[in-house]
Design a protein around this ligand. Structure first.
Ligand code: ATP
Length: 376
């Protein structure tokens, strides 16, 4: 049986150091939920609190209505997969998967039948009698996944399970993990510092920094309407441009350093002359070969043709440097040294106040079960 997880006002300290101050979060039953953030932000710490390997200094952790704060890890009925393959090197694939079942009391199942079912699920049934040293990294992680799932855990916790694999295998394995999680329907918390991986697998992502959830929402909403400048730059690539708010004749403009003015229809009301930061992803900017009156002028420093798209690195007249991605056209690459004009897609780019918080409408923070029920 899968459960929902509820965390309220969590606190974690290591000695004098407070790692997590006051963190609250619900994870829905069956959801694929990802903790994403830079190294040291507290992802693993939080995961280990849920697993029972870390003490909890404050707040409540519940699986459905059961308080688990001081429950032993074995009693929490959790399946875990770590980055370094946690499978036993001296046991065959089959024995590895059987191991969990044999050590699980009160699970009245046919061990052989159940093991076969999970070997098949993760597609390692063809190597059931092989020893782990004769498996590839991806196959080893499949075995680790089967071993975690065969005991029918209530929750699956995964800590950077793909980080020892090469780039191509990572992409392949994240699809495998997502498919199997869907098929089994188990509540899953996944830790990664790889934003693309997080977007590919998750129903919802919590972006963390310094023990705080800065934005928790669906991958699409986090990418398109990030809650603050940190989230905008951590998820995908964002160019940051300085500007100010100008109010003229009942219209609110954003004026860039060179005087280029645009209107953001989805922007909240701000103060005249207020300083703002615009974050624009490389695909949210357009390069014009002809020098135009409206826009920001710049000189192309480098053009990198990558097939479908061409990346332009541009020095702007505002002394800012940016990267633009444009769909490649036949014979149309703009050469380094060329003068261009840049315009901005105001439907997609975001505006942030001086303290870094979003000034856009439509920023969703979905941390409670009620919000998640409505949004997912
Ligand atoms: N056992 C410990 N004792 C003291 N400090 C610790 C301990 N474990 C972690 N920390 C500290 O807690 C903070 C959060 O660490 P944590 O491992 O949770 O980060 P993370 O986001 O998972 O990073 P990474 O992606 O590098 O694993 C770090 O500053 C780390 O140094």
């Amino acid at each position: 049986m899968s459960v929902e997880i509820s965390i309220r006002n969590a606190v974690k300290r290591y000695g004098e150091n407070t790692i997590i101050e006051d963190l609250s979060l619900d994870v829905k039953n069956g959801e694929f939920f990802t903790l994403l953030g830079p190294s040291g932000c507290g992802k693993t710490t939080l995961l280990r609190m849920i697993a029972g390997f870390n003490t909890i200094e404050g707040g409540t952790f519940k699986f459905n209505d059961t308080l688990i704060n001081i429950m032993n890890p074995e009693k929490r009925n959790i399946g875990m997969v770590f980055q370094n393959y946690a499978i036993f090197p001296n046991m065959s694939v089959r024995k590895n998967v059987e191991f969990g079942l044999k050590h699980k009391k009160n699970l009245k199942v046919d061990i052989k039948e159940e093991t076969n079912k999970f070997l098949k699920l993760v597609k390692v049934d063809g190597y059931a009698d092989r020893m782990p040293d004769r498996l590839s990294g991806g196959q080893q992680q499949r075995v680790a996944l089967a071993r975690a799932l065969v005991i029918k855990p209530d929750v699956l916790l995964m800590d950077e399970p793909l980080s020892n694999l090469d780039a191509k295998l990572r992409v392949e394995m994240r699809t495998v993990i997502k498919e199997i999680q869907r098929e089994v329907g188990i509540t899953t918390i996944y830790v990664t510092h790889d934003q693309e991986e997080a977007m590919a697998v998750s129903d919802r992502i919590a972006v963390m920094k310094d023990g705080v959830i800065r934005h928790c929402s669906t991958p699409q909403k986090i990418y398109q309407r990030p809650a603050d400048v940190f989230v905008a730059t951590f998820i995908g690539k964002s160019n940051l441009l300085q500007a100010k708010v100008v109010k003229e004749n009942d219209t609110q403009y954003v004026e860039f350093l060179n005087g280029y003015k645009v209107v953001f229809n989805d922007m909240k009301d701000a103060n005249h002359e207020e300083k703002v930061t615009i974050s624009a992803r490389p695909e949210e900017l357009t390069v014009h070969k002809e020098v135009q009156k409206d826009g920001i002028k710049g000189i192309v420093k480098d053009s990198v043709f990558l097939g479908l798209n061409t990346h332009y690195f541009v020095d702007l007249e505002t002394n800012e440097e940016i990267e633009i991605i444009q769909e490649s056209e036949i014979g149309e690459i703009i050469q380094p040294g060329s003068e261009i004009t840049l315009t901005i897609n105001t439907k997609k780019a975001n505006v942030f106040s001086e303290d870094g918080n979003s000034l856009m409408h439509g920023v969703d923070n979905i941390t409670t079960k009620e919000q998640a029920d409505k949004a997912l």
